[in-house]
Design a protein around this ligand. Sequence first.
Ligand code: MN
Length: 233
Amino acid sequence: MIYSFTPPAVVGVPVLDSPALFPVHRIYCVGRNYEEHAKEMGGPGREAPFFFMKPADTLVYAAPGTTAHMPYPTLTSNLHHEIELVVAIGIGGRNIAAADAHRHIFGYAVGLDMTRRDLQNDMKKAGRPWCIGKGFDHSAPIGAITPAAQVPNIGHATISLGVNGAVRQSSTIAQLIWNVAETIEQLSIAWELQPGDLIYTGTPAGVGAVVAGDVMQGDITGLSGIRVAVMAA
Ligand code: MN
């Protein structure tokens, strides 16, 4: 095959204890999937899940034991952190029953759904798409993927995010309104899932702003934690 210009490389995320990269297809994100966060965003709490996407090349890989960097993005003065459990899909499918969802999961990672909250709120008010608030460059930091077999109790893991050493978000995966299996069921009705899809499953309460110079530390029990510094643009 001859291309008009050199095509971009496939985005790959390292997998713990493996030389092979997980090749990323799409990034799906779940909105308002923890009750207390849904309330802090002005919603009623439990409601049907809804989804948005980020481009695959918005990922920023945060290697274990290192500090990754993301530039403070343009157009915003209210950059928010959202710590999230990320599910990596290894086997695709459509209309996947929740009871079968585990068969489709390759592994899990810690992720950050970084958000230009001021722009997202402007778009909400205007009834316009969230892309500019959610899908900007470097908006999806992620840690190494841990194979699913190594984290059998992910449903009971704790999830937390600290900024400069102070805890901002702290909850458990059990608090998800739509758990991982139910999320896969719902998502696979709307889109045919493919190997390489990532699902950012939503964030607990406590989202807030970061500025250049801040360092975020994200952890989920049993997974490789991430450390990400926000750099002046
Ligand atoms: Mn989110």
